[in-house]
Design a protein around this ligand. Structure first.
Ligand SMILES: C[S@@+](CC[C@H](N)C(=O)[O-])C[C@H]1O[C@@H](n2cnc3c(N)ncnc32)[C@H](O)[C@@H]1O
Length: 376
C-alpha cells in the first residue's frame, strides 16, 4: 500500500500525480484550477497601459470539451484520494465554475455551499462594456449527502465577531507585501490568492494535523497557510519556477506551535453548567448583587438560581434581555460580579462557569481540579 508523504510539493501533471496517492488519505482538497479565461487579445487601460491579465499557456484549452475532460480527470482523482469524511473546495469564475459545478454533481460530490468571495478591490471593467467583475465563487462539497464532514461552526462564528458566518466573504485581492515579486518587481504568479481566503477555508473545514491537498499549488498559498495553522499539506504543481517560489515562501512560514491557538472548542462538546450550580456551590451566595459591565443595570441572585431586578425576575438570560429591552441575551457574559481583594473590579460571571467546567474536565482526566475559593 502506498504511504502518504506530506509537507511536500510533487511536481508534474496533477491527475497523474494524484493517481499515485493512496485512497481516502486526504482530509481537505482546495483546488484553484486553470479558469480557461478565454481573454481575447490585449486589454488596455484608459491610459493605454496593458492590463496584466492571465494569458499563460497553462490556462489555455482548445475548447470546452478539452476543459471538461481535464476537469473530470482531476476531480475524479480527488474523489478517490479524499477520505469519506473529507471535503473539497474549488474556486473559479464565471468562465469555468458552472462547468466545474455540473461535473462535481455528476461525479457524486454533494454541494454544501457556494461561497462568494467578494473582492473589495476588484479590477475595474476598463472598456465599460459590462459590470465590474467583482467576485469569484468557491464551491464546497462533501463526498455524498450522508457524509460526515468537518465544519468548525464555532470558529467561523468567532471569526465573524460572534455572528454566524455567511456565504459571502468580503476580502481584498492579494496585493502589497504578501504578493510575491521577482527581482524585477514583477509578479511571480499571475493568480496568487490571498492568504486570508485560505485562512478561512482551512480554519472552517479542517483540524490541526489534517492533510490539506492543493492539486494546483501555484505560488504555494494553500501550503503556507496550512503550515501556519498546524495542518499537514501536499501541493501538486507542474511549473518548476512556481515550485521554487512556493518552496521559499513555505519555508519562511512559522507554524503556530500550540494547537489550542488554532482550534475553537465546539459548544456542544462543553458540559452545560446551570447557573443554579454556581449558587448551590456558594460561589455566588443568594443576595449577591450582579451588574452589567458599565454598572447600568443590577439584579440580585436568588437561592433558586434566578435573578431579580427592579422590574424583572427570571433566568440570568431572561433578566439580562429584559433590562436591556433586547430579544435575547447571554447572561453569562452580560452579568458581572465584583472580584479581587478590593472588590473594585467587575468581571463576567462566565469565569465561574469556566471554573466549574475546568473542574469537571479535571475529574474526567483524574487530575486534581481547583475548587472553591474567592475569584481573584
Ligand atoms: C490558478 S493557478 C493556482 C494559484 C494558487 N492558488 C496560488 O495562490 O498561487 C493554477 C496553477 O496550476 C498549475 N497547473 C495548471 N495545469 C496543471 C496541471 N495539469 N497539473 C499541475 N499543475 C497545473 C499552473 O501552473 C498554475 O500555477
Amino acid at each position: 500500500m502506498t504511504t502518504l508523504k506530506t509537507d511536500c510539493i510533487l511536481q508534474g501533471e496533477c491527475a497523474a500525480i494524484l493517481d499515485g496517492l493512496p485512497d481516502k488519505s486526504v482530509d481537505v482538497v482546495f483546488a484553484d484550477p486553470p479558469y480557461n479565461l478565454q481573454l481575447g487579445g490585449d486589454l488596455l487601460r484608459p491610459n493605454n497601459s496593458r492590463v496584466d491579465g492571465v494569458d499563460d499557456a497553462w490556462d489555455r484549452f482548445a475548447d470546452f470539451a478539452e476543459y471538461d475532460a481535464f476537469t473530470t480527470a482531476w476531480l475524479r482523482a480527488c474523489h478517490r484520494v479524499l477520505k469519506d469524511t473529507g471535503t473539497l473546495w474549488v474556486i473559479g469564475s464565471y468562465h469555468n465554475i458552472f462547468r466545474v459545478g455540473a461535473q462535481l454533481q455528476d461525479l457524486g460530490f454533494w454541494v454544501l455551499n457556494d461561497v462568494i468571495w467578494r473582492k473589495t478591490n476588484p479590477m475595474p471593467n476598463f472598456r465599460g462594456t459590462r459590470f465590474t467583475n467583482a467576485h469569484e465563487t468557491l464551491v464546497w462539497c462533501s463526498k455524498g449527502p450522508d457524509a460526515r464532514y468537518t465544519f468548525n461552526y464555532e470558529a467561523m462564528k468567532a471569526l465573524n465577531d460572534g455572528l454566524q458566518m455567511r456565504s459571502d466573504w468580503s476580502l481584498p485581492l492579494c496585493t502589497g507585501p504578501e504578493r510575491l515579486k521577482n527581482g524585477q518587481g514583477e509578479k511571480v504568479h499571475p493568480t496568487q490568492k490571498p492568504e486570508a481566503l485560505l485562512h478561512r477555508v482551512i480554519l472552517a473545514s479542517s483540524n490541526p494535523g489534517d492533510v490539506i491537498l492543493d492539486p494546483f499549488l501555484g505560488s504555494g498559498t494553500t501550503a503556507a497557510v496550512a503550515k501556519r495553522l498546524g495542518r499537514r499539506w501536499i501541493g501538486i504543481e507542474r511549473d518548476p519556477d512556481y515550485i521554487a517560489a512556493a518552496r521559499e515562501r513555505i519555508a519562511a512560514v512559522v507554524p503556530v506551535d500550540d494547537p489550542t491557538l488554532v482550534t475553537t472548542p465546539r459548544k456542544r462538546s462543553e458540559p452545560r453548567i446551570p447557573f443554579g450550580s454556581v449558587v448551590e456551590r456558594g460561589l455566588l451566595p443568594p443576595g449577591t448583587v450582579l451588574s452589567d459591565s458599565a454598572g447600568r443595570w443590577s439584579a440580585r441572585v436568588r437561592a433558586d438560581g434566578t435573578l431579580i431586578s427592579a422590574d424583572h425576575r427570571g433566568s440570568i438570560h431572561q433578566v439580562g434581555a429584559a433590562v436591556q429591552g433586547a430579544p435575547a441575551c447571554n447572561g453569562w457574559t452580560f452579568w458581572h460580579m465584583r472580584a479581587g481583594e478590593d472588590s473594585g473590579r467587575l468581571v463576567p460571571i462566565d469565569l465561574l462557569r469556566q471554573r466549574l467546567r475546568a473542574e469537571l474536565a479535571a475529574e474526567g482526566t483524574g487530575t486534581t481540579g481547583q475548587s472553591g475559593g474567592a475569584l481573584q
